[in-house]
Design a protein around this ligand. Sequence first.
Ligand code: UTP
Length: 230
Amino acid sequence: MYIVLSMESIVISIGGSVILAEEADVSFLKKLVNLLKKFSKQYKIYVIVGGGKIARTYIKRGRELNLDEDTLDELGIEVTRVNAKLLTSTIGISNGDIPLTTDEAERIDKPIVIMGGTVPGHSTDLVGAELAEKTRANKFIIATNVEGIYDKDPNKYPDAKQLKELTIKELIKKYGTEWSAAGSNVVIDGPALEIIDKAKIPTFVVNGKRLDQLEKVINNQLFDGTRIIV
Ligand code: UTP
């Protein structure tokens, strides 16, 4: 009898604001791709790409035109998929077509699988949490454009302090588990928190523009960011 040992998986939710930031030039994308390829020898890697500023621009304009919330979410989803297509086309050893669901993504037999959003009612954080649950991921990493989770909104309060760790229960108490509105810009969306809690997914928040820190999270080293205790 043979026992087939499948590779452990890592799920990374990377903000559109990271891959398409002003300073995220071609050399940044190439470095990100090299990092993903390097770790794909050790882990099966799933990356969910966000919509960033472009998604928010569409959603803002759609809202001014009085489009309903589901349609606004759908605009956001389309942008995440375009961003995912950009990333996957650069990698070469990942999927060509962007899967529409996490079930579809899970079935793709490639070392790296890239996708965007799925259905209205949440952000790509939930897609990442769902995929991490389904693949029993070793880690769920939220690679965003801030240095982790703060005690208060760092954009409003200059004295906001970065938290090295906090429990998922504390996060849920503070932010709840509801989806607020299309394009809402929170570090982790509420519905994703619920999955992280129920499935006890080891979750880490790091600034995705700092690839050295992202690498440290994957390597289980001390990193500059936030660990969520589940
Ligand atoms: P993002 O996941 O990009 O949200 O989805 P974000 O928090 O703005 O992430 P960054 O800026 O890339 O880091 C963009 C929007 O697309 C819709 C939501 O409206 C979300 O706010 N969306 C996305 C969905 O409705 N479902 C999905 O599965 C994904």
